[in-house]
Ligand binder design. Structure first.
Ligand code: ADP
Ligand code: MG
Length: 327
């Protein structure tokens, strides 16, 4: 059977588990099928919108598992909602496909369905074109008016936290380049899991609204992303190197020094960095602990500009590590 654009939509995308269920339809009265989708926004909420474009062989290997690629594509978008403290509402999908590959589309829509159900974020529309494989997702979330966690709110004296260990996803790039031989299948599984299935820290982000002055999700690398907070908040962020939580996997395979480099600059982990005023930090730690959410205090905010690293002796280290840059 030759698939038209409309056959693809009805077969793979307009399906239960991916489209809004009856409860979600109460806020999403119109999804796939018309010129626009319609979203109801409660009067006390703001709509948070974010988009990520994932291009084959730039953001994921062209020959990667379509199911996993779909999960990653949605997760990296949801991570942006998490970083603002927003709750997912729905997403749209722009898809460029070189050809109609039913097997690929079936795996891809299954991966999307899995993540859409898991994070309660249904698909409400999109567009498609023939072209080199690329996936563009736009997520929409809700947040109480005026409560979003911005990058520009960090204040002198605040503490800096991250929500999990860093660097693990960076191993996948070595693996894809064939530079990680001799690893067990369990290790390989863990590496691919970290790369393809990052857990957007939605709960941690939503909870942090009460405590944090600023937040960002770590997509390009810890130092690069903290740099955005420092720049927008006009402050200096000090990172205490011995407090940065390292990936056990990277440390085991490549040693502590490289594990630290990965944690500072590899990116793709999608943990959150949270900047919290001293007087709220204890309450936040108690609440995170109660809910079983990981957190690590890795530094503080001071006067100045930029990001500096300090070693265990308090000596400042200039880091040449920067995050991923496209251009
Ligand atoms: P239009 O020509 O008005 O832009 P389309 O023919 O492109 O509409 O799309 C028809 C319907 O299918 C729209 O509701 C659109 O949102 C939806 N749609 C198109 N592509 C996708 C996709 N990749 N995933 C989900 N929905 C899609
Ligand atoms: Mg259109």
């Amino acid at each position: 059977m030759s698939f038209s654009e409309f056959d693809i939509i009805s077969t793979f995308f307009n399906q239960p588990g991916l489209s809004p269920d009856s409860e979600q339809s109460q806020n999403l009265p119109l999804a796939i099928g018309d010129d626009c989708a319609l979203l109801d926004i409660p009067v006390d909420k703001q709509l948070a919108v974010s988009m990520d474009v994932l291009v084959a062989d730039v953001h994921f290997p062209l020959t990667g598992d379509a199911n996993l690629i779909a999960q990653k594509a949605l997760a990296v978008n949801l991570s942006d909602l998490a970083a603002m403290g927003a709750t997912p509402l729905a997403f749209t999908l722009g898809l460029m496909l070189p050809s109609v590959d039913e097997q690929w589309l079936s795996g891809f829509s299954e991966g999307l369905r899995h993540s859409a159900s898991k994070y309660a974020c249904p698909l409400i529309g999109g567009d498609m074109s023939k072209g080199s494989l690329a996936i563009s997702i736009q997520v929409h979330g809700l947040i109480d008016k005026g409560c979003a966690l911005r990058r520009n709110g960090a204040k002198v004296g605040d503490k800096v936290y991250v929500t999990g260990s860093l660097g693990e996803a960076g191993l996948a790039l070595l693996y894809f380049k064939g530079q990680l031989s001799d690893i067990s299948s369990a290790t390989k599984e863990r590496i691919l899991q970290a790369y393809y299935k990052p857990s957007p820290r939605l709960k941690a982000g939503q909870l942090s609204i009460q405590y944090a002055n600023a937040a960002i999700d770590i997509s390009d690398g810890l130092l690069a992303d903290l740099g955005h907070i420092a720049q927008q908040s006009k402050v200096k962020i000090i990172v205490e190197l011995d407090k940065v939580p390292l990936s056990e996997n990277v440390e085991g395979l490549l040693g502590k020094k490289i594990a630290l480099e990965y944690a500072l600059s590899a990116g793709d982990d999608y943990e959150l960095a949270l900047v919290v005023p001293e007087e709220k930090s204890q309450e936040m730690e108690v609440e995170f602990t109660r809910l079983g959410l990981p957190f690590y205090c890795i530094g503080s905010v001071t006067q100045g500009l930029g990001v500096v690293c300090k070693d265990a002796k308090g000596k400042e280290k200039v880091s040449s590590l920067s995050g991923y840059k496209h251009f």
